[in-house]
Design a binder for this molecule. Structure first.
Ligand code: SF4
Ligand code: FES
Length: 680
């Protein structure tokens, strides 16, 4: 998507050239703070949105729309992190270092020279309008008609911020620090840019005018490579003037491109959501219905008062406070790992891949579920009844580069182990949302991966320690709403080749079909908008009975997974496309019983002389079938999940392609949609 934006001829004569390395490093560091802060703000708004009709205030159609907004907001936040990585590469290229320091939120309107507060706010009309203003194109890019619409929005946001001057030259962009003397009070260099776009254009002047052979002094090999990050493959190595300008172009393009040719530009994404929200509110009001897509989260939740913020709401509920601390430390750990990745030294290629994958997993399978959980947990302030917390992204400690490889990796391992233990203990507490289970499973996996082999608490010791946490608890699988299967105490996990996979006491198994690390969940379900609801069009839950002499065979088409075991073994008894499905006269009793016993879904069972034999005696086991469902045997519990008529609790088949109409159970859809998992 780089360099596709038509070059606008803008009057940027008010922007003074950047002429020194030092000023360029300063501005890029501020750009890092900006991108980082925006990522947190957009994520917070995404977490404040509901996920399902079960949360109330939404019809199924509205819930689908709100989940789409959630995904788009999260997608923009991911791109802000890409921008942060891109700016880090620019810093490294010119002899600086990646910069992750930022003040805690909220930050006042004059913290950045754009005049708009940096604050963690739940989704609302005002919040989405503020987002539109953050990403507003520079003056002259929008048409005069658009300008009229957005100047009203800008004026409204400025007024909500407590008023302030609006610069008509900058398309009505607000000014807070302004230029000249006022700017010099707060910033060490001249502030003569008025929008985010102008800010980056000012940075561009440094790359354009400082002699190229003098400017690029940083080690190229220390920069982050796009091949390890799943960030749309758009991370550029910055090695010269041309690549630096392309990187800046990409950032501006992704942010403020206002045309339909860039449907993913942040400005367009936010503006589309703003209009959809406003239309839906109006339509619902017209119908006399409630439309309430937002969880009751407070603004700027924090676990302690920070001396670098202008306010916030303390999380007073003790349990919520613990989960909030878990999120903050996980966030801090993720940043340390990302920082090490962006400024690595002696890491090998496999180590770099490991570090980048683990950092992404921290975002998608730890921070995301914890953020969702916190948005549904009480803030605990008696003055705010019914209000929930949300993720505060608190900077409890200084985040700085761990400069020595070996000690850095031991440090990550220690942190991950501590976090895994903390999460495992928390998930057992009454009132903790299920999403904490998902985070606990991911943290255990990461802690095990990072455990060094040369310490007392090596990988094997770690697995043992985690196993003790749920000792004695029966093996169980809990399907998370719109998320993975959370599996506890199933040691026997095998793939279709009969190979034993490394099972952990708590695992999150993918059921959306999208994970790149099957059978384990990697958080893809949230990105692709997986939903776990059953379809009204599923095959009816109805048990048929076929009897011949002493043998009765039961069949419930509602849970058949179409494995074909029965039709392949005895096609004359189990008849494809023929009614009735079963003819007990076509084979002898023993052969039929053997075929029935091999049915993996539990759709078939049998009785002899009136005594039903539905279950078998087997060890608890999860088998990842070839391009098909999880086959569960040995009575692994699946609590709170209504079972079909006559279904076995000892064996059943769970959907793992994401397409079943009868989720969580398999209905054979994997075959129709050609689901593939070449690894297992
Ligand atoms: S799941 Fe059972 S009933 Fe369905 S095709 Fe397979 S063996 Fe036959
Ligand atoms: S990646 Fe989480 S359920 Fe598929």
């Amino acid at each position: 998507m780089t360099a596709t934006r038509p070059r606008h001829r803008r009057d940027r004569s008010h922007i003074a050239r950047v002429t020194s390395r030092e000023e360029l490093i300063y501005l890029l560091s501020r750009a890092s703070e900006l991108e980082h802060g925006l990522a947190c703000i957009y994520l917070f708004a995404a977490f404040s949105l509901k996920n399902d009709v079960s949360e109330g205030g939404l019809t199924p159609v509205q819930a689908e729309m709100v989940r789409r907004w959630k995904r788009r907001l999260s997608g923009v936040a991911v791109e802000e992190m890409l921008h942060l990585a891109q700016v880090s590469n620019m810093l490294t290229a010119i002899g600086g270092a990646p910069h992750f320091k930022r003040a805690n939120l909220p930050m006042p309107a004059n913290a950045f020279p754009f005049g708009i507060r940096f604050s963690l706010e739940p989704f609302s009309q005002e919040t989405i309008e503020r987002f539109v203003c953050y990403e507003m194109p520079e003056a002259g890019v929008l048409t005069p008609e658009q300008e009229k619409v957005y100047s009203v929005i800008r004026a409204r946001i400025i007024e909500a911020e407590g008023g302030g001057p609006v610069d008509s030259m900058a398309g009505g962009a607000p000014i807070s620090l302004g230029t000249g003397k006022r700017a010099a009070i707060s910033e060490p260099f001249e502030i003569d840019f008025r929008t985010v776009g102008e800010f980056y254009h000012k940075i561009e002047t440094g790359f354009l005018h400082i002699p190229e052979h003098e400017l690029f002094i940083g080690p190229r090999e220390a920069q982050a490579s796009a091949r390890y990050l799943d960030l749309s493959g758009e991370l550029l190595a910055v090695v010269d003037r041309a690549s630096a300008c392309s990187a800046i172009d990409m950032i501006i393009e992704q942010g403020e491109a206002p045309s339909a040719a860039h449907p993913d530009a942040h400005f367009v994404v936010f503006d589309t959501i703003r209009m959809e929200y406003s239309r839906e509110l109006e339509a619902a009001q017209g119908r006399g219905e409630a439309f309430d897509p937002v969880r009751p989260v407070v603004s700027n939740p924090m676990t302690r008062f920070y001396d670098d913020t202008s306010g916030g709401t303390i999380v007073s509920d003790p349990l919520t406070h613990e989960v909030a601390e878990l999120l903050n430390i996980s966030y801090d750990t993720m940043l340390l790992m990302l920082l090490r990745f962006l400024a690595h030294t002696e890491e090998t290629e496999p180590e770099l891949e490991h570090l980048s994958r683990a950092t992404l997993r921290m975002m998608t399978t730890v921070l995301r579920p914890l953020g969702e959980a916190l948005a549904m947990m009480p803030i605990g302030d008696p003055r705010l009844p019914g209000r929930t917390a949300g993720p505060g992204f608190g900077y409890n400690r200084d985040v700085h580069l761990l400069p020595h490889k070996t000690s850095a990796w031991v440090f990550f391992a220690e942190r991950l182990r501590g976090l895994a233990v903390m999460a495992a203990a928390l998930r057992k507490r009454v009132g903790v949302p299920r999403q904490v289970d998902e985070a606990a499973a991911a943290l255990e996996d990461l802690a095990t991966q990072f455990a060094p082999s040369d310490r007392a608490w090596n990988r094997a010791a770690e697995v043992k320690q985690f196993a003790r946490i749920d000792t004695g608890k029966a093996p169980a699988i809990t399907p998370e709403l719109n998320g993975p299967y959370l599996v506890t105490n199933v040691e026997n996990l095998v793939n279709s080749k009969g190979e034993r996979l490394q099972a952990r006491p708590r695992m999150a198994l993918c059921r959306c079909g999208g994970s790149a690390n099957k059978p384990f969940c990697d958080g893809t379900h949230a990105r692709i908008g997986f939903t776990s609801a059953k379809s009204p069009e599923r095959v009816a839950d109805h048990r048929d009975t076929y009897t011949r002499e002493a043998l009765t065979v039961f069949d419930n088409r509602g849970i058949c997974q179409h494995s074909g075991f029965c039709t392949d073994a005895l096609p004359s008894v189990f008849r494809v496309h023929t009614e009735p499905f079963i003819d007990l006269s076509a084979a002898d009793k023993e052969a039929i019983i053997q075929a029935v016993r091999r049915c993996p879904s539990g759709a078939l069972s049998h009785a002899l002389d009136g005594i039903e034999h539905r279950d078998q005696e087997r060890e608890p086991k999860v088998t990842v079938s070839k391009d098909g469902p999880y086959r569960i045997t040995g009575g692994v519990e699946i609590p709170d999940e209504p079972r079909a008529e006559g279904a076995s609790t000892e064996h059943y088949a769970l959907c793992r392609c994401g397409g079943s109409k009868n989720k969580p159970f398999c209905d054979g859809t994997h075959w129709y949609i050609k689901f593939r998992d070449d690894k297992n």
